[in-house]
Design a protein around this ligand. Structure first.
Ligand SMILES: Cc1cc2nc3c(=O)[nH]c(=O)nc-3n(C[C@H](O)[C@H](O)[C@H](O)COP(=O)(O)OP(=O)(O)OC[C@H]3O[C@@H](n4cnc5c(N)ncnc54)[C@H](O)[C@@H]3O)c2cc1C
Length: 451
């Protein structure tokens, strides 16, 4: 434990100002940068890893949930462009990866993570984005009293640099930029009783999908393996092995209970345990599931799959009551239809029953239902030139467990990118933005806004 401090005082290079700095290149950050770049803004996108796509690529969560609501499509704009482009290249899950499926059905659609990485690179380059990999946001120059961010401090192989800009978007997933600026945030495990556990996902090959049926066989096999004493932690909630290509898929199994994504120690321990669990679950599939006898764990992801960390306190908050009412808003910047998906917090029978009750009964959407995502959840309360998009947007615990999925995060990012450009051009604080005009811009970019 640290018992003393060290004062870091140094002069660093100051860059020429950008219109917009986006921190984090996951679905939200990539969409924000692409949209803002397409609108003609000078955009810097700082991504800590060497890859765009966030959890969808670097954490191998290569599946888009709920493009449609069982009746019609609700997702539009950039995530629809991504779906269409990956379909054209033959990079979507066999069977589900076709327009007839995604325009109506609710099931998730697997995508080839490598293809998404290349697509996002290209879209950023085409939009003129200054795309910087291995570039981490490490500090923020902000004035909380006036709600203004002046600049950010980035670190790369070249050292530290100060970058001023007119607007900033926090798309780090964990609200790092907002938190460093002094925006009040709700932190899992501190402002909530417990933390929804992450999972370290893996790429698994040599699966015979003509014989492996996840929905038919997997749960009974989990119960049997628990009865046999196979698992090191008897967790009945196993999302499982999801098909992505002809004979390979993504293994989403092994909850890393009580991991705190804002703690270095906790994240490090989670990676070590995650790799052990990943092999344990691969062996479980080999032993217990038909079609998986030759399954090979090719690699675990370089990033842990974080489900929950920090959420900003925004001008608006999307609540469980809104979700339950399937509420739509005059200023909504997207609509979505993923149900609340709050994973188990421990391996108890009560927790599994609670998860099932919420997922399959209490919070399930009926065919044709959707809810709105209002603009105000992207704006930290009282801040003039800062937005937070993706899983760190302002929502309560329950609703975050619905809108944290990639299509919703990408739509929030696209809206934040458009909003930031409009705010700069109109010299308007984020909260006072002409929301009708923002929605016109989004509609022109393919958004489905329902009203
Ligand atoms: C195990 C698991 C399974 C899931 N399953 C699905 C699913 O089936 N379907 C679905 O649609 N969604 C799923 N999700 C949800 C979804 O993948 C994420 O919630 C979503 O990717 C969040 O998007 P984001 O852009 O807000 O953040 P992220 O995807 O987390 O991206 C944040 C990015 O910011 C970067 N970053 C962070 N800090 C810094 C910094 N200081 N400086 C620079 N860069 C930084 C990170 O490297 C990362 O690239 C799942 C999530 C998990 C964890």
């Amino acid at each position: 434990m640290n018992t003393s401090t060290y004062t870091l005082r140094r002069e660093i290079r100051r860059e020429a100002p950008f219109d917009l700095v986006v921190a984090g290149g996951g679905p939200a950050g990539a969409a924000a940068a692409i949209q803002a770049g397409r609108l003609g803004a000078r955009v810097l996108l700082a991504e800590g890893t060497g890859t765009l796509g966030g959890m969808g690529t670097s954490a191998l969560v290569s599946q888009w949930s709920n493009i449609a609501n069982g009746v019609s499509m609700v997702v539009g704009g950039l995530p629809e462009e991504w779906l269409t482009a990956l379909h054209a290249g033959g990079h979507l899950q066999p069977g589900r990866g076709r327009p007839e499926y995604w325009q109506k059905e609710t099931g998730g659609i697997g995508f080839h993570p490598e293809a998404l990485k290349r697509l996002l690179d290209q879209q950023c380059l085409d939009a003129g984005v200054d795309l910087r990999f291995f570039t981490k946001l490490v500090d923020v120059d902000a004035c909380a009293a006036s709600g203004t961010v002046n600049g950010v401090i980035l670190h790369s192989v070249e050292g530290f640099v100060y970058v001023p800009a007119g607007a900033f978007i926090d798309a780090t997933g964990d609200a790092h930029l907002a938190h460093m600026a002094g925006v009040p945030c709700r932190t899992a495990g501190r402002d909530t009783p417990r933390i929804m556990p992450p999972t370290l996902c893996a790429l698994v090959a040599n699966v015979d999908f003509s014989r492996f049926d996840r929905l038919r066989d997997q749960q009974a096999a989990v119960e049997q393996a628990i009865a046999d004493g196979y698992f090191s932690q008897p967790d009945r909630h196993v999302p499982g092995l999801f098909r992505t290509g002809d004979s390979w898929g993504i293994l989403n199994a092994g909850h890393l209970f009580d991991t705190d994504a804002t703690s270095q120690r906790s994240l490090s321990d989670a990676m070590i345990k995650g790799r052990q669990l990943s092999e344990e679950y691969t062996e479980f599939f080999r032993r217990y599931l038909p079609g998986c006898e030759g399954a090979t764990n090719l690699t675990t992801a370089p990033l842990p799959g974080i489900r929950e960390s920090r959420r900003i306190v925004g001008e608006d908050e999307l609540t469980h009551a809104d979700y339950r009412a399937r509420r739509h808003f005059p200023d909504q910047i997207a609509i979505y239809c993923k149900q609340v998906d709050r994973h188990v917090y421990d391996t108890s029978a009560e927790e599994y029953e609670r998860f099932l009750r919420e997922f399959e009964a209490d919070d399930k959407l009926a065919p044709g239902e959707s809810y709105g995502i209002p603009y105000g959840i992207l704006v930290p309360k009282g801040w003039r030139n800062l937005w937070a998009a993706g899983r760190c947007a302002s929502s309560d615990l329950m609703t975050n467990a619905a809108i944290r999925d990639q299509p919703a995060c990408a739509m929030m990012g696209q809206a934040a990118g458009a909003a930031a450009v409009q705010a700069i051009r109109d010299a308007t604080p984020a909260a006072d933005l002409d929301r009708d005009r923002l929605r016109e811009t989004l509609r022109a970019a393919g958004a489905r806004l329902a009203n």
